[in-house]
Design a protein around this ligand. Structure first.
Ligand code: AMP
Ligand code: MG
Length: 399
């Protein structure tokens, strides 16, 4: 990557393209269905059977011929679920049938037990005006050989049931990336400690671990490295050795002790960019070396959060072969918003009200991480836009 691309402030779209294009699938493995939730399918899955596999009754009732509905019907057998019927339904005949049982040949509808009366014990009469078929037809949902789920699908509970139903008991899924996270800053103390004057608690390493875990990544928190070249170098070396992806929080800006980009380079990481034209999150660094990907994340907590949502999480999904599409909802803005500088796209935290409007939460800037706790989403004010009037329809990206 030439020096000018690396050091200049890239438009977010360009940075996103560089990051996502460098992702490669780490590997695949088979997992049992009970452990397949939130994994990414690494193969197309086909059904080995028709679904339903036979004409199946949707109700408890009587299977009969629609032309005979006005007549008294003779019950010729009872068909429970799991047992094939023995007879063909002829004129003025019916079979008592249970939900999920196989509809006998000859029948073209099932009348619900609620709409029948039973005059003599072995006959039945339909008391309704008309009836639905109440038959789930063989193969109407899925045909044997159909691809039911495609490679790259992020497995949700509804996909688990489909996998089970088509006999995919050990789906082939992408290996989960290992993500090492470390926080840099001589001012940082662990959460269990009370910060003394001029100290702050490390919240970023926990935040980034939690965010990346939502993608299924396996995280390891390397804790705090003081702002010395030796401490940061040692921590980065260890994280690089043990992971596929390394997130380094802080130390990526232009302060005297912001050593991270330099130390990444000294460890053989080729930096692809060091700044993004975005607010918050300008000092975001991305670099690669053989099979290892490093992000230098801005130290300000909201900046780190936003960049992890916009850049790191889509990248981790791509490492698993999944094309992540954030949930974005369009809704009217509940109040006008304006800003002085419009040179960069700017993301702000938004609450979604009960009336379905987007309302900016109280937000003091990128250090104000607590503002995110009252937010349901993020809104981007595009480059060149200084004001959104109340009522403007805006896209809110759910967080
Ligand atoms: P830096 O990017 O290292 O210059 O840090 C920018 C701001 O973010 C400073 O106010 C830091 O104290 C704060 N900060 C950096 N790292 C963390 C962290 N791990 N947890 C919470 N705040 C942090
Ligand atoms: Mg720092």
């Amino acid at each position: 990557m030439n020096l000018s691309v690396r050091t200049k402030m890239l438009p977010f779209e360009k940075a996103f393209e560089i990051v996502l294009n460098s992702a490669r699938l780490i590997g695949t493995e088979h997992v049992a269905l009970d452990h397949a939730i939130s994994r990414v399918l690494a193969e197309d899955v086909k059904s080995d059977i028709d679904m339903p596999p036979f004409n199946k009754s949707a109700m408890d009732g009587f299977a009969c011929r629609r032309v005979d509905l006005a007549n008294e019907l003779t019950i010729i057998e009872t068909v429970p679920a799991g047992v094939p019927p023995e007879n063909v339904i002829g004129p003025n005949q019916c079979a008592k049938i249970m939900t999920g049982a196989m509809v006998p040949a000859g029948a073209d509808c099932v009348i619900m037990v609620e709409f029948t009366k039973n005059p003599s014990g072995n006959t039945v009469r339909f008391t309704g005006k008309e009836t639905d078929g109440n038959i789930c037809l063989k193969a109407e949902d899925i045909k044997a050989g159909d691809v039911v789920l495609s490679k790259g699908t992020l497995i949700k509970p509804q996909h688990i049931s489909t996998l089970a139903a088509v006999g995919c008991a050990n789906p082939c899924v992408a290996v989960r990336p290992k993500v090492g996270i470390l926080a840099t800053g001589s001012e940082l103390v662990v959460p269990a400690e009370k910060p003394r004057t001029s100290q702050v608690r490390d919240s970023n390493s926990f935040l980034l671990a939690a965010q990346t875990q939502t993608t299924g990544a396996i995280t390891k928190n390397y804790g705090i490295a003081k702002d010395t070249r030796q401490a940061i170098d040692a921590a980065i070396k260890m994280a690089i050795a043990e992971n596929d992806v390394v997130l380094v929080s802080g130390g990526v800006s232009v302060g005297d002790f912001d050593f991270v980009p330099d130390i990444l380079k000294k460890n053989g990481i080729e930096l692809m960019f060091e700044k993004i034209a975005i607010k918050p999150g300008k000092p975001t660094v991305f670099g690669v070396s053989d099979g290892i990907f490093c992000f230098g994340m801005p130290g300000h907590p909201v900046s780190g959060f936003v960049m992890c949502e916009l850049l790191v999480k889509p990248f981790l999904y791509r490492l698993m072969g999944h094309n992540f599409k954030p949930l974005e909802m369009k809704m009217p803005l509940g109040t006008s918003i304006s800003r002085k500088k419009a040179g960069r796209p700017s993301w702000i935290p938004i609450a979604i009200t009960g009336e379905g409007t987007a309302r900016p939460v109280e937000y003091h800037g990128s250090a104000h991480f607590h503002a995110l706790c009252g937010a349901d989403g993020l809104l981007c004010i595009p480059k060149g836009t200084a004001e959104f009037k109340e009522g403007t329809i805006v896209p809110v990206r759910r967080i």
